[in-house]
Design a protein around this ligand. Structure first.
Ligand code: PLP
Length: 415
């Protein structure tokens, strides 16, 4: 059956679908598959216990059934939006009201709305793109536009650091913002690299966005104040020209599909209209479960005292294992500044990173090939074929066995 242009675009192979299929296979495959691909957060016992208690209370009080039996409005559950506004106003001088906040079915859903609102075909035959000022960037952005050719990305500056580490920075000299750019978007911390844009970089990007009359989208799925998987001291950022996206997923509720958008009221209004058409309303379960945590600010203590230390420790353990076992000096790790991933760079890798992914998959290890994470980068760049992303959030034993398989493959390749 012939599909529409839209249908063809959304039924073709996409990196994010392959990734989610692999993730599902990994989850279903039990012990046979070592799942260091995907973006699934860890099952942290303290968080799971607390979530179980909260759900039991909701069940006992009848609020769970109440939430399940009612639609919310297209902007999302009002009680949760109000509680979020209070929380953010207590923490920062952002002066938010309920008109600045909306909920979506996961933040992935918000990016689809945003990229199609701010990029694509405009009147008088004009076309606008979404600019990623620092590639590599999140794989999930890659196909989230109904228009072809909707993204443009800029290569980073690379600084080699001590102890086999490196870091990407925005190359402001290469960043060109013409009239064909509808918005800029960065993830902070970045999936896949664990990079955290510095305060100076964010301030500079904000200034450029304002000068060019476009919004700056900051994807804070891993950032502060929750889940706070961020290991650098940086300042949270928002103003009227910023669209800040958060999520309950990496706090431990990916199945609840709850994204949070903070923006000026005009953007929230536009996005709520989209939400009404596409989804009627976002799901209410995640907001209902998290509501007491936001009201009491327990979401902050759990993030600071449980989630952040949990991931920090795991990231350091994974770095130690990798550096002990991979012997080539061509191996570098991006400085782990946040998120759930390590970004590994194998300089002059004798095969492509995708071929490496296939060889590892055949041995029962799933990682993600780095080439997916350069949406919008038009230039050929060997670096895009030399990196992989490893999720270190899984059980220690799984990470250890996975790293042993990876190290054996890499050491053989460089022999
Ligand atoms: N942004 C980033 C950087 C991510 O890594 C993810 C998921 O892995 C998302 C957004 C989307 O997450 P969700 O839709 O679960 O909120």
């Amino acid at each position: 059956m012939p599909y529409s242009i839209f249908g063809n675009k959304f039924t073709q192979h996409s990196g994010i679908t392959e990734l989610m299929d692999d993730l599902n296979a990994g989850v279903q495959g039990g012990d046979d598959i070592l799942m260091l691909g995907g973006g699934n957060p860890a099952s942290i016992p303290e968080i799971q216990t607390r979530l179980t208690e909260l759900m039991q209370e909701l069940l006992d009080e009848g609020n769970l059934v109440n939430t399940l039996s009612n639609y919310d409005g297209p902007q999302g559950k009002n009680s949760f939006i109000d509680a979020l506004a209070t929380l953010f106003n207590d923490l920062y001088d952002w002066d938010l009201s309920a008109k600045n906040i909306m909920l979506t079915n996961g933040s992935q859903n918000a990016f689809f709305y945003l990229f199609n609102l701010l990029g694509g075909n405009f009147s008088e035959g004009k076309k606008k793109k979404i600019l990623f000022p620092l590639a590599p960037e999140y794989i999930g952005y890659a196909d989230a536009s109904v228009s072809e050719d909707a993204f443009v990305a800029v290569r980073p500056k690379i600084s080699e650091l001590e102890n086999g580490l490196f870091k990407y920075n925005v190359d402001f000299d290469a960043l060109e913002i013409g009239s064909d750019i509808g918005a800029m978007c960065v993830s902070r911390p970045t999936n896949p690299t664990g990079n955290v844009l510095t305060d100076e970089e964010i301030i500079h990007l904000d200034q450029l966005a304002k000068e060019n009359n476009i919004p700056l989208i900051i994807d804070n799925a891993y950032g502060t104040p929750f889940p706070n998987i961020i290991f650098e001291q940086v300042t949270p950022f928002w103003n009227n020209n910023t669209i800040l996206c958060l999520s309950l997923s990496k706090f431990g509720l990916p199945g609840a599909r709850c994204g949070i958008v903070i923006a000026n009221p005009a953007i929230i209004k536009a996005m709520s209209n989209l939400s009404g058409i596409m989804a009627l309303s976002p799901g209410g379960i995640g907001p209902e479960i998290a509501l007491p945590l936001v009201k009491t600010k327990e979401i902050l203590t759990l993030s600071d005292e449980v989630i952040k230390p949990f991931y920090y420790k795991k990231s350091q353990q994974a770095i130690t294992l990798l550096q002990q076992q991979i012997s080539t000096p061509n191996f570098k790790i991006h400085k782990a500044e946040g998120a759930l991933f390590l970004w590994l760079w194998f300089k002059d890798l004798p095969i492509s990173s995708n071929e490496l992914y296939k060889r590892l998959k055949a041995k029962g290890l799933l990682i993600v090939s780095g080439h997916y994470f350069f949406p919008g980068l038009e230039q050929q760049w060997q670096h895009t074929q030399e990196c992989i992303r490893v999720n270190y959030a899984q059980d220690d034993e799984v990470v250890k066995r996975g790293i042993a398989i990876l190290a054996a493959e890499i050491n053989a390749l460089y022999k």
